[in-house]
Design a protein around this ligand. Structure first.
Ligand SMILES: [Zn+2]
Length: 83
């Protein structure tokens, strides 16, 4: 179980200027751990996802926007896009 709130925004707030804190690739996920925002690319977020969801208070997940605006983002389950 996780207590992290997974936020799936309908409006993209991250931009191409948001960069992964690990590899400087474009960031799609922000986690807030003890109030500090950390930006993750898709690759690094998914690599650490179980741990991050366990410790992060809020996860802002904009991976749906990698290929454009999400069309069915509110169906109650996480859809994995094609790589
Ligand atoms: Zn990265």
């Amino acid at each position: 179980m996780t207590t992290a709130a997974l936020v799936r925004p309908q409006v993209r707030t991250m931009t191409a200027r948001d960069r992964c804190d690990r590899c400087r690739a474009q960031g799609y996920v922000i986690t807030f751990i003890t109030g500090l925002p950390l930006t993750w690319c898709k690759h690094h977020f998914e690599e650490h996802e179980p741990k991050l969801l366990a410790v992060a208070g809020i996860v802002r997940d904009e991976r749906d926007w990698i290929n454009g605006p999400p069309s069915h983002a509110d169906e109650g389950h996480i859809e994995r896009g094609h790589e």
